[in-house]
Design a protein around this ligand. Structure first.
Ligand code: F6R
Length: 250
């Protein structure tokens, strides 16, 4: 595991974007696993800027997103498909047909989960997976549980996650209670993983994930077993790691 510290959000975003652009420059046909949420917005903005300068070309890239809310259409302004199109895909030259997000409106959710696993399998797996981390320690929407859920599945979101997501919706009733998420297996089989985190509210969970016991009660803790994990985090998110394991920060 490599932990890279950044003084602030902008610097975290630039360092993470550097890793993704290097991946695409070296391997133009890369399969990128992508995340939504507030943390990666700056990463996408930086990549768009470099794309516009002509520094990076996404025309041969494929992408698979981690998750989608159950019940939201791709046109819903809070759906993850809408987020990806507006924050990233519409501003770069990735062909939209190369991009994949679970279908939150699929009538048969089990079938949609199997289809999504096939999409990932047919692409040959993920070359670089970008992850954020939830306050519960979730990655994708793999919430704390008794086991690690391996394949794509429909998940009932934890109260803490629903509360965190509510900032994007007008009323609590509108906040989705279920999501379709990629499983731990596809994430762990990614050749490289890049975890981004910022802000003081992530400091405890980041420490527990990276240095605590490996347990499905903290889903991100499984990342300790990955052999190519890079964490890029700002100093606020790294506060507890810096306090308890300063030597781990490179
Ligand atoms: C998003 C996702 C989630 C988020 C996590 C952190 O696709 O899979 O795991 O990465 O909830 O969200 P933010 O970045 O908003 O704190």
């Amino acid at each position: 595991m490599k932990i890279i510290s950044a003084p602030d959000y902008q610097s975290m975003s630039r360092k993470a974007a550097n890793i993704i652009s290097a991946q695409v420059i070296l391997f133009p046909r890369s399969v990128l696993g992508l995340a939504t949420g507030s943390t990666p917005v700056g990463v996408y903005q930086q990549l768009i800027e470099w794309y516009k300068k002509g520094d990076v070309d996404f025309s041969a890239v494929h992408s698979v997103n981690l998750d989608e809310y159950r019940g939201l259409s791709p046109e819903h302004s809070e759906s993850y498909r809408f987020y990806m199109n507006t924050n990233f895909f519409n501003h770069i030259n990735i062909p939209l047909q190369n991009t994949n997000v679970p279908n939150g409106l699929a009538p048969d959710v089990e079938e949609e989960c199997r289809r999504y696993d096939h999409v990932i399998g047919d692409l040959g797996g993920i070359d670089l997976q970008l992850l954020g981390i939830g306050h519960t320690g979730h990655i994708g929407f793999n919430e704390p549980d008794e086991d690690f859920d391996k394949t794509t599945h429909c998940v009932k979101l934890k109260e803490q996650t629903i509360q965190a997501n509510s900032r994007f919706f007008k009323t609590m009733d509108e906040v989705p209670k279920y999501a379709i998420t990629m499983g731990i297996k596809a994430i762990m089989q990614a050749k490289k993983i890049l975890l981004v985190a910022n802000g003081a509210s992530k400091a405890d969970i980041l420490y527990r994930s990276l240095f605590g016991p490996i347990t499905p009660a903290v889903p991100a803790s499984i990342l300790q077993l990955h052999n190519d994990l890079t964490v890029v985090a700002d100093e606020e998110a790294l506060r507890v790691v810096r306090e308890k394991c300063p030597e781990a920060i490179g």
